[in-house]
Design a protein around this ligand. Structure first.
Ligand code: AMP
Length: 219
């Protein structure tokens, strides 16, 4: 295994599966959404631009995201492989990423497409909560995904937060962008014979399917 990309409609379980696979194969999971959210905290023109795009559910400019990805994947913890959760988001990013990999002498081995119906995914948005510390995901709308104590992470006791773009309105906008910008990636990677489709309606079944695709060993 070299590196993996996850493609999925918003709220289809991309972050959850990336975290599970990261643990199973002991490789880092890199979320461009998380990298961008971390950049929002300063008061610079770049940070303000990112903040605005994120709050509207719009994509951030390709060159900004490419720079963040490049700076992250050259770190030594990525030497034995890594997962990209949320990148590339359009064909221009995918082409630029191919070039980046050539320059860095790295390879893309699997592209996992998580498939989930729009309405099902939207339901997951409404109650979604995440832990800013350990990245665990919870959902107040589903009995089996609620934290034991309301608003508190089971694993590290940090306070859970709701993402500013997790509203029904912003979801529709993000889904439209997925259809228009990100779905063309399916054909792009199918043509390279590295695209694998996984039904994401059940978390555990999806995880097992991904492990079967990736194989037992991290090699
Ligand atoms: P995510 O956490 O992957 O759902 O991403 C949250 C938001 O971050 C998206 O709605 C975009 O505004 C932005 N974002 C994440 N990844 C990318 C990317 N590869 N290109 C452009 N914008 C991105």
């Amino acid at each position: 295994m070299e590196s993996i990309i996850f493609i999925a409609p918003p709220a289809a379980g991309k972050g959850t599966q990336a975290a599970l696979i990261s643990k199973q194969y002991n490789i880092p999971s890199i979320s461009t959404g998380d990298l961008l959210r971390a950049c929002q905290n300063e008061d610079t023109p770049l940070s303000n631009l990112i903040k605005e795009r994120l709050s509207k559910g719009m994509l951030v400019d390709d060159d900004i995201v490419l720079e963040l990805v490049k700076n992250r994947i050259v770190k030594s913890d990525c030497d034995n492989g890594y997962i990209l959760d949320g990148f590339p988001r359009n064909v221009a990013q995918a082409i630029a990423y191919d070039e980046m990999l050539k320059t860095l002498n790295k390879k893309l081995s699997h592209v996992i497409l998580l498939e989930l119906d729009k309405e099902e995914a939207k339901k997951r948005i409404v109650g979604r909560l995440s832990c800013p510390n350990c990245k665990s995901i919870y959902n107040d709308m589903f009995e089996n995904m609620k934290p034991k104590e309301k608003g508190i992470c089971d694993k590290c006791q940090n306070s859970l937060v709701k993402r500013s773009d997790d509203s029904a309105e912003v979801y529709d906008e993000r889904y439209d962008i997925y259809l228009k910008e990100t779905m063309p990636l399916i054909e792009f990677y199918e043509n390279k014979n590295i695209l694998y489709r996984v039904d994401s309606s059940n978390k555990d079944v999806a995880f097992n399917s991904i492990c079967n695709i990736l194989g037992e060993n991290n090699d």
